[in-house]
Design a protein around this ligand. Structure first.
Ligand code: BGC
Length: 339
């Protein structure tokens, strides 16, 4: 199957562009008083996108984020995954869902300006995960500037699943010369999951109270990223999971991002229990993205609605096991606001 680019557009000219390769969202183009702005890090063409950073806007799975030492046990059996991130497994392994060419079909969905169904089947044993997993996602856009990803998965053997979408946002516009440090970030979380030296959660659910990780009232990202809090210094910025303050499985507000420069804000709502926020510390100018911009550290914030990292190895984290008679069903919704 060949890689193709698809487009959703609402009546106000807001455009979401994505590709069948990895379901990668390559741009979200927002008309504004200052002109047309592209708010997500991506490339000028599908060809460049296919050769570029494989996680930009991608669907990550079967298990997004990290699994310690790439190891887990399920129903008495041990599994070893590829260790593609130091000792850990990251984002489903080297040939995870970000590398698959998804089948894409235009569908009708009520209340939207357009919708596509993306589907794929991950065979039993794919990247060493058990069970044949069938995934169906719907990407849709409406006139309230809501881009929604509705994800369903089923398996024929007990397995583990944690699917996310991995777009990096810059509300100042990608390639316009400003990074994300002037953005105001608000996160609806009373707790976060601190990391060990390999970026694996220690298992603690730490209260944000009295720490720089308390983002409930909103902070300017520069202040957070420059903080000398040990968890921030350890990763050179933020690359952490916050525990969204809402009932399990319920669609709720996870976080907000706001740029004073463009007066545009973004909200992310989800049914998932956590949100990983990653400030792009590994960008070193070698990726050339939209508007011939050299991507540097802090040029985009990855907003990833998901289960907590390494959930399978922590009994106090939300369940990540999927059984044959169950349906994995999660929603992630990004809402652009002009305020
Ligand atoms: C992780 C980062 C990683 C990045 C790769 C993020 O989801 O949290 O640690 O470097 O993905 O693109």
């Amino acid at each position: 199957m060949e890689n193709k680019m698809y487009k959703l557009e609402n009546d106000y000219g807001l455009v979401v562009e994505f590709m069948s390769l990895g379901g990668r969202v390559n741009s979200i183009i927002v008309p504004s008083d200052l002109g047309i702005y592209n708010m997500v890090v991506g490339y000028d063409s599908a060809e460049k996108a296919a050769k570029g950073d494989e996680y930009f806007g991608a669907i990550c799975g079967r298990v997004a984020n990290r699994i310690a030492n790439g190891r887990f046990e399920l129903e008495g059996k041990s599994y070893q995954l590829a260790q593609n991130n130091g000792p850990n497994s990251l984002h489903g392994g080297p040939n995870g869902f970000h590398k698959k060419i998804w089948e894409v079909e235009k569908i009708e969905k009520e209340g939207t300006c357009g919708a596509y169904k993306l589907s794929t089947t991950s065979p039993d044993g794919d990247e060493n995960f058990p069970g044949e997993l069938k995934i169906e996602m719907i990407y849709s856009l409406n006139n309230d500037h809501e881009f929604e990803i509705d994800i369903k998965a089923t398996t024929n053997k007990t397995t583990i699943v944690n699917l996310t979408s991995h777009p990096y946002f810059n509300l100042n516009g990608v390639g316009k010369g400003l990074d994300i440090s002037n953005h105001k970030l608000t996160v609806n979380a009373k707790e976060f999951t601190p990391l060990d030296e390999n970026s694996i959660p220690t298992g603690e659910l730490r209260s944000v109270e009295g720490t720089p990780m308390d983002l409930r009232k909103g902070v300017i990202l520069k202040d957070l990223l420059n903080s000398d809090y040990e968890q921030i210094k350890q990763v050179g910025g933020i690359d952490h999971n916050w525990v969204i303050d809402k009932a399990p499985g319920e669609m709720g507000l996870a976080m907000k991002l706001y740029s004073q420069h463009t007066a545009i804000s973004l909200e992310m709502h989800t049914t998932q229990p956590g949100v990983q926020l990653y400030a792009g510390m590994h960008f070193d100018g070698s990726e050339i993205v939209h508007l011939s911009n050299k991507l540097n550290a802090f040029d985009g914030l990855a907003i990833e609605a998901q289960n907590f990292p390494d959930a399978i190895n922590h009994s106090n984290f939300p369940n990540s096991v999927l059984k044959p008679d169950e349906v994995y069903h999660e929603k992630i919704m990004y809402k652009i606001k002009y305020v």
